[in-house]
Design a binder for this molecule. Structure first.
Ligand code: MRU
Length: 344
């Protein structure tokens, strides 16, 4: 279930704001349109927005008609800024845009037409690598899962959040494919309901048993001994392992520690921001208050009420049992295991 396709100079995105009620695909032909789709969460999930931004850069570069290379590079830089100004938290977005800009510069001695094709190849490579990485994350993560396990997940870190297969849901898919009996408890994930709308939908499509719960029920089920482990995705992991993920993840991690339940983060190494020492440096996106006051077009809260809507929180490394990456499983102390990974 891929959420994005690039074909014949057009980017197609599955509208995740409409799922599961409607399956609608939109076509994008300009860099600005793609930036808007990322901002409006037509596409969402750290790896998916990274690859989408890369294709957005390709569309932007293709539209540049100049023969002047300085002008071409000036426009590439400007497009990179447009992309980077969409959503601040997921580092994959910045990583992907920088990778496209770097590829363009590395090929600066070639013709503008050749540079355009090399950046398209690079975007396609990132797309393929994302799926391969998710499969590897699945293989490693599967080792941590026992048949009979019930796994709690938060938000959607599945196919829809990546180029296919998923990170946290990739681990669950791998366990299911290996013949293990697993059941998922999916937090609904207020306010945007990625768990209720997307995770429940994805898992049901694959025939993986899923039970939808409200976010505030997680503690109840942990206390009753119904959860064996938690697996979530990540938007940015600091060099010490502190992890930004969907708002509510921190609460789950603290609850898991209280109940001695392993708490795993599954993410590709492109989600690790080696340049920041701790999670304190992660910028948390504040989204439209309407996401909290309304469900769809229905107002729930009184008009004029004060609202806060941080889209992510940071789970300190002490709550994380392991970080599952495509290069292997990282264990505490994360400052050391992440440093070793970087050196490798
Ligand atoms: O606001 P979203 O839906 O983009 O947030 C998504 C998440 O928090 C995911 O858990 C994270 O990006 C990992 S996706 C593999």
């Amino acid at each position: 279930m891929r959420p994005l396709y690039y074909e014949d100079g057009v980017l197609k995105l599955l509208d995740q704001t409409k799922l599961p009620a409607e399956t609608v695909w939109h076509e994008y032909r300009t860099c600005e349109q793609v930036a808007e789709a990322i901002r409006n969460m037509i596409v969402r999930g750290a790896p998916a927005i990274g690859v989408t931004a890369a294709y957005g850069m390709v569309l932007g570069a293709n539209a540049v008609e100049t023969k002047d290379k300085n002008e071409f590079f000036a426009q590439i830089k400007q497009m990179a800024e447009v992309m980077k100004n969409t959503r601040p938290t997921a580092v994959n977005l910045f990583w992907a845009v920088d990778r496209i800009v770097k590829t363009a510069y590395e090929n600066r001695n070639r013709s503008i037409e050749e540079i355009k094709s090399t950046i398209l190849e690079e975007a396609r490579r990132m797309d393929r690598e994302d799926v391969e990485n998710n499969r590897r994350i699945g293989e490693f993560g599967n080792r941590l899962i026992k048949s009979g396990n019930t796994i709690l997940t938060h938000c959607n870190a599945g196919s829809l959040a990546t180029c296919d297969y998923g990170t946290a849901l990739g681990v669950i898919r791998a366990a299911h494919e290996a013949g293990k009996k697993v059941r998922v408890y999916a937090d609904e994930t207020r306010p945007y309901l990625q768990g209720a709308r997307l995770t429940a939908y994805e898992l049901m499509q694959d025939g993986i048993p899923v039970t939808l719960i409200c976010d505030n029920m997680a503690g109840y089920f942990m206390q009753k001994g119904e959860i064996d482990c938690c697996i979530v995705g990540a938007d940015r992991i600091a060099a010490n392992g502190d992890t930004a993920n969907k708002i509510g993840t921190y609460t789950i991690a603290v609850l898991a520690k209280e109940h001695n339940i392993p708490f795993y983060v599954a993410a590709p190494t492109s989600t690790i921001d080696f340049d920041i020492a701790t999670g304190d440096e992660i910028v948390i996106e504040e989204r439209d208050h309407r996401e909290v006051t309304h469900i769809g077009n229905i107002r729930l809260a009184p008009e004029g009420v004060d609202v806060k809507n941080p889209a992510f929180d940071v789970t300190p490394n002490r709550y994380i049992t392991a970080i599952i990456t495509e290069k292997g499983i990282l264990y505490p102390p994360f400052t050391e295991s992440i440093k070793r990974l970087r050196e490798e």
